[in-house]
Design a protein around this ligand. Sequence first.
Ligand SMILES: [Zn+2]
Length: 375
Amino acid sequence: MTPCLRFAGANPSMPVADWRRHTAQLSLLVSLISFGGSAAAQIRDGVVLLYHHVAADTPAATSVRPETFAAHLDFLQREGYAVVALDDVVAAAIGESSRLPPKAVALTFDDGYRSIYTTALPLIEARGWPFTVFVSTDAIDRGYANFMSWDELRELEARGGRIANHGTAHGHLIRREPGESAAAWRTRVRGDIVSAQARLDAELAHPSPYFAYPYGEFDTALERIVADLDLVAFGQQSGAIGPGAILTQLARYPMATGYDSLASFAEKLRTRALPVRVLEPESRVLAAGAAAPALRIELLDGPYRRDGLRCYVAGQEPAAITWSGDIATIRAREPLGGGRHKFNCTAPSSDAPGVYYWYSHLWIQPRDDGTWYAE
Ligand SMILES: [Zn+2]
């Protein structure tokens, strides 16, 4: 299995915990590849949805209106989706895909806003479905308006929810303070995550060993910290999760007003994980003023049409793709500029009409003057 050897060789400095996980995922991939099509037919993916506020009076970019949220839940029920615990999706990612029923979906909420308690919880509880809320513990400890209290989080746990780690201060964790050494950065960021986990452990009965990156921002160094802490981590890049998914960069579909129609919701739910291996570059963080980036990925076997691969970049023409065997080099048409960006790559299923295999690649870039964007 030369692709796996190449993958192993590309990460010589990977820490042990990380390495063990990747190795387990690799051996699974090897067995799937060896069995070919018959095993592929048994692969099950799960989709994780990400909400923030369920309210009409909060910012559109992080809100879904209550009636839209209710319509999403009605759709899941009507169309026979299985709303599962995040544990089951993670199990599928590490190869226990038999735990995952067909049409599996998990519900997550970031930040711990009060509308989750007042508005989302009753709607979910009425259906008896599990869900997970990632909280930044400072907001709860300080009793910020619009956030749940620890009492409410305990009640939410008792009524079917799980609570997980979203850091202490909701910082941009990949950013270095002025003059901060790599070691000092590691200590500070590790401390933020560990302190949040300690608060969850102290206040709650069953906190989950999962982490959601604030703003969905991660880089390789942050992934190593999270892996060393034995946390499984979720981003905000879109896509489904299937066997072989990297446990420090699990995808979720963010839901926001304007992008939450039932048609778009249904399309996201139908997606499958596009099995790719990222070859280059190692870092997702681009230099200030960087030229249009190129991403080199290897596409692994699966029941999708490789010739139908398209990669979309917001505000630009679709990226240019050049092929060398199974390896695609995907280049944006224009520089990305300061901010968070994604290449959203899709390929149509070869046997299921309307189903797309999906891989979303995150890029992070400071503004041209080297300073960071506000949010
Ligand atoms: Zn957040």
